[in-house]
Design a protein around this ligand. Structure first.
Ligand SMILES: Cc1cc2nc3c(=O)[nH]c(=O)nc-3n(C[C@H](O)[C@H](O)[C@H](O)COP(=O)(O)OP(=O)(O)OC[C@H]3O[C@@H](n4cnc5c(N)ncnc54)[C@H](O)[C@@H]3O)c2cc1C
Length: 297
């Protein structure tokens, strides 16, 4: 969703049509390449360059932890755009297709969860792509615009975290109706009933924050609806934290069985942990929310 949001909002019409065709006809899942070994939260420090050269751009640099890396045909790469004299034009986005000479896939990360799709290192060595692949070159606001495109990903990721937490909660509620201890069902212990009630409150609050961010999405560019940064960050930081806590509490309800990989709870716990890191850490979201609070003070 991160790559798609940015391409649909800021890409050329030809790029939008081609990427939409790949997604709809080929099932392509466009990857977004922002993070680098020396630029994670501090994205402004990214070192990948895309330098103009005779109707083309030459990309150099290394990305890592890129979801879909190596399987996605379309890769939206964040790079420092340079004119043909090497002058910095700010951070922009450029499309690099899988299979382009000079583009190789390196290490596949040994992630603790979400193993249905790989995270990989993408290496660009004098990788030449047509100038028409440039998605955004705007020395003043390019980076800000690309990050706006990412707000859709933050809301989408929050919805995935919520889905995992809801799934774990539902399993726990069913189990509470079956499992007996001290001659009664778990659901009849007041303390456990309160744990279930608190889970219900957490999930409701998380769901409402996601809906708010999605419902208030505004038309930013190219008629594409993107959520607002503050609401997307609040949703992501809150849901990431609460979804993890909620899965942990649901796992607790199963006792030892919850800790076993015979049940899906342990996988859910590993999977849901990611949502406090990927797509911008919880601390990065809090920084953005705090910046908003104090921007006019
Ligand atoms: C499963 C998974 C999938 C991912 N997929 C993608 C992808 O598709 N594309 C992509 O580009 N990236 C992807 N990432 C990378 C992810 O976006 C980064 O890991 C994340 O932005 C954090 O960067 P970092 O790992 O370098 O941590 P760092 O930036 O080094 O942060 C380390 C710690 O310091 C904290 N920290 C750093 N700066 C500050 C600050 N200013 N204030 C407070 N705390 C701070 C962080 O919150 C964190 O706790 C993925 C990561 C994971 C785990």
């Amino acid at each position: 969703m991160g790559a798609l949001g940015a391409i649909m909002a800021y890409g050329t019409e030809a790029q939008q049509r081609e990427v939409a065709r790949r997604v709809l006809e080929e099932g392509d899942k466009p990857a977004i390449g922002m993070t680098e070994p020396n630029a994670g939260t501090d994205l402004g420090a990214l070192g990948t360059t895309a330098t103009e050269r005779e109707g083309a751009y030459v990309v150099n640099g290394t990305k890592h932890w890129i979801t879909g890396g190596g399987i996605s045909r379309t890769n939206l790469i964040f790079a420092r755009i340079q004119d043909k004299d090497g002058n910095d034009q700010g951070i922009g986005g450029i499309l690099v297709d899988k299979g382009t000479p000079g583009f190789t896939v390196g290490r596949v990360e040994a992630a603790m969860g979400l193993r249905g799709i790989p995270e990989a290192e993408l290496i660009f060595e004098d990788c030449e792509v047509p100038a028409a692949n440039l998605v955004l070159r705007d020395p003043k606001d390019g980076f800000k615009k690309l990050m706006n495109g990412y707000n859709a990903q933050r809301v989408g990721a929050s919805a995935v975290a919520l889905g995992i937490a809801q799934g774990a909660h539902d399993l726990a509620i069913d189990y509470m109706c079956e499992r007996e201890a001290f001659g009664k069902k778990l659901k009849d212990f007041q303390g456990l009933g309160w744990m279930a009630a608190q889970g219900e409150m957490r999930l409701d609050a998380a769901r409402l924050l996601i809906y708010r961010a999605a419902c208030n999405a505004r038309r930013l560019a190219n008629n594409v609806m993107l959520p607002e940064m503050r609401e997307a960050s609040i949703a992501k930081a809150f849901v990431g934290h609460e979804a993890f806590h909620s899965v942990s509490e649901s796992l607790q309800m199963f006792g030892a069985a919850g800790y076993s990989s015979d049940l899906p709870l342990e996988r859910m716990l590993r999977d849901v942990r990611m949502f406090q890191i990927g797509g911008g850490t919880s601390q990065a979201q809090l920084n953005m929310i705090a910046r908003g609070i104090f921007s006019n003070r």
